[in-house]
Structure formats: structure tokens, C-alpha cells
Write a protein that binds this ligand. Structure first.
Ligand code: NAI
Length: 263
């Protein structure tokens, strides 16, 4: 199996690359930052996996097409695309400008759409992965922020929340479009300890006049499972979605948040 992961130069994307490489998948690490992608690829390759890195900005249709072409040129086929690249910005509702809105939507929604299209165009040309199996899989990284209106973060990331709701909706449309050949599901993580959350913490603390670190501590103390979420926690679900055990699942958005949304 060959898996391409956008925005996998660090964070959740890189953790998924490690997990899936450990399962024997060929890995295509892709990021808008070529150096970061190359360094991440070396890190995963050190475990003995077959890995290439490709610079791709998901907001460019040409880059998404080239990313898929590079995967096929190196490994012969593409069985799974993880649409993971995303950005966030903390700003109160009334301060979000059209540029803020468009930047977030462009990466998180347009980027996911273009990546799904590029992957599907390739996967549909391939044979099934095995008897009774689909030809391939697409996994989008959405967020619990795209599903629930409640919580203290609701007023401060309206554009991010709207973008992740759109990713969930795209997942529905894509799953209906590409069945029975490609399964399409979304992962909705909670509060994951990555650079993205460091940025949220800094920006949120600045908005509220808190000390840096307060937003993270306050939010993670509300997680019923009693600890912050790691990127590897999210990667475990990606591993399941890559496996035959999930072959009958499509069009779903799955929360993995330590119980935050039910606690
Ligand atoms: P991160 O900020 O650590 O990593 C994101 C990566 O995406 C970076 O390497 C960055 O260079 C890359 N990137 C940014 N714009 C890009 C573009 N236009 N094209 C290609 N690559 C681009 O973020 P993290 O935390 O690993 O997040 C990954 C995904 O998980 C995102 O979609 C995020 O919205 C989602 N998520 C994260 C949560 C968290 O708490 N960290 C919670 C829920 C969802």
C-alpha cells in the first residue's frame, strides 16, 4: 500500500507517516515546506520504510496532481490519501477579515477538495486492493471544532470551525461520489499537542490577556481521559482506516478526543 499525507512535515501528519510506515506502507511525505518534508522523510526512512518527500501546496491543483504523480512514479500506485494539511488562526468573530476567512478556507477546504480530486482521479484507474476490497481510501483530517457549537473556543475560531464543518461535508459528498471504489472518512481530533496548538494557545492567551500556556492547561484539564492527546493517538485511527478492518466504513466523521465532546 502507498499512502500520501499532506502537511506531514510535522505534527499529526508525521505521526501518521510513522504509524503507517510501521505497518509496511510506502509513504509519501508532502508539505508546503520542502525542507521540513525532506527532514520528516529522512526521519521515517530511518525505520527502514520506503519514503519519498514532495513539496506540495494543497491550494494548488497542479501541486496536488504532481504529488499524486510523484507517488505513482516512485511506487507504481496510490492506495490512500490523507488530506491533513490545515491552518488555524484565533480571532474573535467580529475581527475576522475577509482575508482571514479566505486564507483559512483556501487551505482547509479548497486544499482538501483539490487533494481529494487528485487522489480519486488516480485511484479510480487502479484495480481493487483485493477481493471485495475498495480500490483505495481517502481520509480527511477535520476536527471536533467542525461538529460542535458549544465550548469556550466557539467564539474565537469561527472561520476554522466553519472550514472543518466543510471538510466533514466534503467527506460526505466524496464518499457518495466514489463508492464503491474508494472509501472516504474523516477523523475529528480534539486537542492535540502540536505546533498548531502552541499557536492557538499563544493567540488565545493574547486575546484574553492570559499568561501563555493557560489556554492549553485549561482546555486539556477538561479532557475526561485525563491527559492531552498526542499525534500518535490520532495516527492510531488512521492506521485503522488504512486497514481492511475499516473497508465497510465510508462517509463517517469519527471523533477521537479523549471524551472531550461527551465529558
Ligand atoms: P501543524 O501546524 O503542526 O502541521 C501542519 C502542517 O501543514 C505543517 O507542516 C505545515 O507546513 C503544513 N501546511 C500548512 N499549509 C499548507 C499548505 N497550504 N499545503 C501543504 N501543507 C501545508 O498542525 P497539526 O496539529 O499537525 O494539524 C494537522 C491537521 O489536524 C490540520 O488539518 C488541523 O486542522 C487538524 N487538527 C489539529 C488539531 C490539534 O489540536 N492540533 C485538532 C483537530 C484537528
Amino acid at each position: 500500500m502507498t499512502v500520501a499525507i499532506t502537511g506531514s512535515g510535522q505534527g499529526i501528519g508525521l505521526a501518521m507517516a510513522h504509524r503507517l510506515a510501521a505497518q509496511g506502507a510506502n509513504i509519501v511525505i508532502s508539505d508546503i515546506d520542502a525542507d521540513k518534508a525532506a527532514a520528516a522523510a529522512s526521519e521515517v526512512r530511518a525505520s527502514g520504510a520506503s519514503v519519498i518527500s514532495v513539496r506540495a501546496d494543497v491550494t494548488s491543483a497542479d501541486d496536488c496532481t504532481s504529488l499524486v504523480a510523484a507517488a505513482v512514479a516512485e511506487f507504481g500506485s496510490l492506495e490512500m490519501m490523507v488530506c491533513n494539511a490545515g491552518i488555524v488562526q484565533v480571532k474573535p468573530f467580529l475581527e475576522v477579515s475577509a482575508d482571514d476567512w479566505n486564507r483559512t478556507m483556501n487551505v482547509n477546504v479548497t486544499g482538501t477538495m483539490l487533494t481529494m480530486q487528485a487522489a480519486a482521479r488516480q485511484i479510480l484507474t487502479q484495480e481493487a486492493m483485493g477481493d471485495g476490497r475498495p480500490k483505495g481510501k481517502i481520509v480527511a483530517i477535520a476536527s471536533i471544532a467542525g461538529r460542535y457549537a458549544a465550548g469556550p473556543m466557539a467564539p474565537i475560531i469561527p472561520h476554522y470551525r466553519a472550514s472543518k464543518a466543510a471538510v466533514i461535508s466534503l467527506t460526505h459528498s466524496a464518499s457518495a461520489t466514489f463508492a464503491p471504489h474508494i472509501t472516504v472518512n474523516a477523523i475529528c481530533p480534539g486537542l492535540v499537542e502540536t505546533d498548531m496548538w502552541k499557536l492557538i494557545d499563544e493567540q488565545w492567551s493574547a486575546v484574553e490577556g492570559w499568561e501563555t500556556g493557560t489556554a492549553w492547561k485549561t482546555r486539556t484539564s477538561a479532557v475526561p481521559l485525563g491527559r492531552p492527546q498526542t499525534s500518535d493517538d490520532v495516527a492510531g485511527l488512521a492506521e485503522f482506516l488504512a486497514s481492511p478492518a475499516s473497508d465497510y466504513m465510508t462517509g463517517q466523521s469519527i471523533n477521537i478526543d479523549g471524551g472531550l465532546t461527551v465529558g
